[in-house]
Design a protein around this ligand. Structure first.
Ligand SMILES: Cc1cc2nc3c(=O)[nH]c(=O)nc-3n(C[C@H](O)[C@H](O)[C@H](O)COP(=O)(O)OP(=O)(O)OC[C@H]3O[C@@H](n4cnc5c(N)ncnc54)[C@H](O)[C@@H]3O)c2cc1C
Length: 266
C-alpha cells in the first residue's frame, strides 16, 4: 500500500503521537494514511548475537524494563523515562521516533550515538542505512516516500561498557533543549572507546568526535570530563528557537555532557 499511496502524499501511521498532533494543527494534511499497527510481525524485537532488532510497532513502553539483560537494556530503560508521558509511551513507537527525526528525540540520539542500522523496505527491495547517513537534518531522513522503516538494529554493547545520560528540559515530559548520551570502557585505569552523542542542540543528533578525542586514554575523572564538555560546547552549531538562543544551548551542552560523563563514572 505504501508503494502505491506513498508517492500520492501518503504517510505511515505508527503510534500517531507525532503525526496526529501535527495533523490536528493542520501542519500536515496527508491524502492517505497507511496504518501499520495491525502488522503483528512488526511488533517484535529480537536479539541476534551482537544486535538488538526493534520492529516498527514496538512501543516506547516496551523499554520500561530492560529488553535485554545487558548494559544496552539498562541504557534504553533509563532513557525511555525521559520520553513524553506514560500514555504517550504506550502508543508511540521506537521506529516512529526514528522516522520522525525530531532533533530532540531521545531514540534518535541513542541511534546516532551507538551507530544504529535502519532497515528500510519498499517494493524495490530492502536497504540498510547507517545512522550517520540516515539523519539528514531537522525532521529529515534518508527514507524515500515509499519506504517503510521495518526495524532498527542496535549493537549490544560490550560488557563493562559504562553509560551516562543527561537531559535538560523545562518540565518533566517536555522535549529536551539539550541532552547528552555517553558510553566508554575503562581499561587499565583509562578511558577507551568513548562515544559522546549530543541531541536537542543541533538540527540532528550526532557524535562529537572532538569530545571523544579529549577523553580517549585519560583517567575517568573530572579533568577529562570538563575538557570534553568544553570541546563539545565549542564545536556544536546550536539551533535557536523560542525556548533558547544559541549561547544558552552551548552552555547547556557543556553541562549535560559533563554530567553524563560523571554519571557513567559513578
Ligand atoms: C505531549 C507530547 C510530548 C512528547 N515528548 C516527546 C519527547 O520528550 N521525546 C520524544 O522523542 N518524543 C516525544 N513525543 C513524540 C512521541 O515520542 C512520538 O511517539 C514519536 O515521535 C513518533 O512515534 P509514533 O509511533 O507516535 O509515530 P507517528 O506519529 O505515527 O509518525 C511520526 C512520523 O513518522 C512516520 N513513520 C512512523 N513510523 C514509520 C515507519 N515505520 N516507517 C516510515 N515512516 C514512519 C509517520 O509517517 C510520520 O511522518 C511527544 C509527543 C507528545 C504528544
Amino acid at each position: 500500500m505504501l508503494g502505491e499511496f506513498g508517492p500520492q502524499d501518503g504517510r505511515v501511521l505508527a503510534g500517531g503521537q507525532s503525526l496526529v498532533p501535527i495533523m490536528a494543527f493542520r501542519m500536515a494534511r496527508p491524502a492517505h494514511l497507511v496504518d501499520i499497527n495491525g502488522v503483528a510481525e512488526l511488533a517484535r524485537h529480537s536479539r541476534d548475537g551482537g544486535t538488538l532488532s526493534i520492529g516498527a510497532v514496538v512501543r516506547h513502553a516496551a523499554f520500561h524494563r530492560p529488553l535485554v539483560d545487558t548494559e544496552l537494556g539498562r541504557m534504553l530503560s533509563t532513557v525511555v523515562r525521559h520520553i513524553a508521558h506514560y500514555p504517550i509511551r504506550t502508543r508511540g513507537t521506537f521506529c516512529g521516533s526514528i522516522a520522525h527525526a525530531d532533533p530532540a528525540s531521545e531514540w534518535c540520539l541513542v541511534a546516532a550515538t551507538l551507530g544504529a542500522e535502519m532497515v528500510a523496505r519498499s517494493k524495490r527491495g530492502q536497504r540498510v542505512i547507517a545512522a550517520e547517513h540516515f539523519f539528514e537534518g531537522l525532521m529529515t531522513t534518508a527514507l524515500a516516500e515509499d519506504e517503510l522503516l521495518t526495524e532498527v538494529r542496535l549493537p549490544i554493547l560490550p560488557s563493562q561498557t559504562r553509560f551516562g545520560f543527561e537531559e535538560f528540559n523545562r518540565r518533566a515530559g517536555d522535549f529536551a533543549i539539550a541532552m547528552a548520551l555517553v558510553t566508554y570502557r575503562v581499561d587499565r585505569g583509562v578511558i577507551v572507546e568513548p562515544r559522546v552523542g549530543i541531541g536537542g542542540a543541533e538540527a540532528r543528533p550526532r557524535r562529537i568526535a572532538e569530545a571523544e578525542a579529549a577523553l580517549q586514554g585519560r583517567p575517568p575523572a573530572l579533568e577529562a570530563f570538563q575538557a570534553a564538555a568544553a570541546v563539545a560546547a565549542d564545536v556544536i552549531d546550536p539551533i535557536e528557537d523560542i525556548q533558547s538562543d544559541a549561547e544558552y544551548r552551548r552552555d547547556l551542552v557543556r553541562t549535560v555532557t559533563r554530567r553524563a560523563l560523571e554519571r557513567a563514572a559513578a
